[in-house]
Design a protein around this ligand. Structure first.
Ligand SMILES: [Zn+2]
Length: 157
């Protein structure tokens, strides 16, 4: 029992959260939206979870991240050999910085995630898919500029 309990409701507490697997020790962490900009650390290994840039997903982490994160998740399906993907990468970096705490900007190497790519009918690269509460709400096939990517994300905000 705490007598110092703050009776006011923190408006940010209902702003949503991200469910992310630590890239280093593979522990799952929940990060509240209002904590995203504070360079959150993994609860187990204390390594930083860098959310000011596209967050790399894996085949195994994809489904849980998308399903359990209550903030919108934008996924850039790309491949290392894909020239247009490289052209679009700087825009993804900018959007990740600008939308920290409002959305998760993630990337998935399509070559390393054939099952997920097939499941989501990714037939050309880059493919950008926006999810909200685990459901696809918007999709863009092919490279586009930053305004189009922002518009795509905004469909889930
Ligand atoms: Zn960790």
């Amino acid at each position: 029992m705490s007598t110092a309990q703050d009776p006011t409701i923190d408006p940010a507490a209902s702003a949503g959260s991200l469910t992310l697997q630590c890239q280093f020790c593979l522990t799952w962490n929940r990060v509240a939206a209002e904590r995203v900009a504070d360079r959150p650390k993994c609860g187990k290994c204390a390594k930083p979870m860098l959310l000011d840039r596209p967050f790399p997903l894996t085949e195994d982490a994809f489904t849980r991240t998308v399903a359990e994160s209550t903030l919108p998740v934008l996924v850039d399906f790309y491949a290392d050999w894909c020239g247009p993907c490289k052209m679009m990468a700087p825009f993804m970096d900018e959007i990740a910085r600008e939308y920290q705490g409002r959305a998760l900007i993630a990337k998935l190497d399509s070559d390393r995630a054939p099952r997920t790519s097939l499941q989501h009918q990714v037939r050309g690269l880059p493919t950008t898919v926006v999810f909200k509460a685990g459901k696809e709400v918007a999709r863009q096939v092919g490279a586009v500029g930053k305004p189009q990517l922002t518009d795509l994300l905004r469909k889930a905000l």
